[in-house]
Design a protein around this ligand. Structure first.
Ligand code: NI
Length: 394
């Protein structure tokens, strides 16, 4: 049987599973019931299943009928601390927790892909490692899986792919992009230390507030004057705190913000600009300056060869019209990038947009309604990619 027919057989069951997951969302690193559901759905397959430590997340290994490479297929399974406002019949039963990033669809697509590939395992030249990953939203799950040696353990993962819902692409279509597709996300904090003093005698103290103003002004040149206009990046200052009364010179000012960038080089150069500008302005005005960076996730940079294989798989199994080449990357972050420090890989998009306005809202919006017809599309894309990938290297 072919992949479309096998997907059609399980389509209704998959939609029910997705609705169940949607109704019972779990926060990052607390995905206990989702983990049980994954184990239960795959229990009658030949996939060897292991729970991750802490009982959140599942690794499954499917051995094909012939020798070959091992492909990692990853889906994230966690939900967000958001109060759902969709009005769906299967709306979240847990107040304040919602699958607003579509990870319920990701989990279901990977489950469906596992069921389909299990049925055709004898024709596979190589192995599949299914990674049902917890804790993506807090950027912990991928690191945990790498530390557990999941990529290294036999069969060792050669390359890895993942999917993400996308409200900018129509349901039924798959979006691909070569090179960068998601951004590096880092945060930082700058503490400007003055002396404190009486507001009436500024010359007798060191005031950090005008220094903060100089730093904020100078930061506007990091993107506009120091970054190539052909590169994309963001520096946003999200918080500023200083002083506590009107007639006193503040002792300290704290500024904090986030950096988004699409290349490893830009990620480093922006950090250097932030540090240099802050320290040099501090020096000019005699304040103490402490700059601290909190590293987030690296950029997601797709492997071109894997994008070509996916493009072929989509054209052959879903039709030429259902392949969308994404013009722009997103400046959102994704912890899939940690796997890409270890292996080549690719993130692709499953379109979840339809004519309903609620499907066109942004990810993490409490009212977003993903088009669930995207589920069979995702299963066909992922399964046919896996088949094509493994047979290519036979
Ligand atoms: Ni997400």
């Amino acid at each position: 049987m072919d992949i479309q027919a096998l997907t059609n057989e399980i389509k209704d069951e998959m939609i029910q599973i997705r609705r169940h997951i949607h109704q019972h969302p779990e926060l990052s690193m607390q995905e206990y019931q989702t983990t049980e559901l994954i184990m239960d759905t795959l229990k009658n397959t030949s996939i060897a299943l292991t729970k991750l430590p802490g009982d959140t997340g599942v690794i499954g290994v499917l051995r094909g009928g012939h020798d070959g490479r091992t492909l990692g297929l990853r889906a994230d399974i966690d939900a967000l601390p958001i109060n759902e406002q969709t009005g769906l019949s299967f709306t979240s039963k847990r107040e304040g927790i919602m699958h607003a990033c579509g990870h319920d669809l990701h989990t279901t697509v990977l489950l469906g892909t596992a069921l389909v590939l299990d049925r055709i395992k004898d024709t596979l030249s190589g192995n599949i490692k299914f990674i049902f990953q917890p804790g993506e939203e807090i950027m912990q799950g991928a690191k945990l899986i790498i530390e557990e040696g999941v990529l290294e353990k036999e069969p060792k993962v050669d390359e890895i792919i993942c999917l993400h819902t996308w409200p900018l692409v129509d349901s039924g279509k798959i979006g691909v992009r070569k090179g960068p597709i998601m951004a590096a996300t880092d945060t930082f904090e700058i503490i400007i230390e003055g002396s404190g003093g009486h507001a009436a005698h500024p010359h007798l103290s060191i005031d950090p507030i005008p220094v903060a103003g100089q730093i904020i002004g100078a930061f506007q040149t990091i993107i506009s004057r120091r970054t190539s206009p052909l590169d994309s990046a963001v520096v946003t200052l999200g918080q500023i705190h200083g002083g506590n009364t009107n007639n006193t010179i503040a002792k300290n000012v704290t500024i904090s913000g986030t950096i988004r960038s699409l290349s490893h080089e830009l990620r480093e150069s922006i950090k250097k600009e932030i540090k240099d500008i802050s320290e040099n302005i501090g020096k000019a005005f005699n304040t103490g300056i402490t700059v601290t960076f909190f590293p987030g996730s690296p950029p997601v940079i797709n492997n071109d060869k894997l994008v070509d294989i996916m493009s072929e798989a989509v054209k052959e199994n879903l039709g030429d019209n259902n392949l969308v080449y994404l013009r722009e990357p997103s400046l959102g972050g994704e912890d899939f990038s940690f796997y890409l420090q270890e292996r080549d890989g690719m993130l692709f998009r499953i379109g979840t947009r339809n004519e309903n306005e609620a499907s066109q809202r942004s990810l993490h919006n409490p009212g977003i309604i993903f088009d669930e017809d995207a589920i069979p599309t995702g299963i066909i894309a992922m399964s046919s990619f896996a088949l094509k990938y493994l047979n290519k290297y036979n």
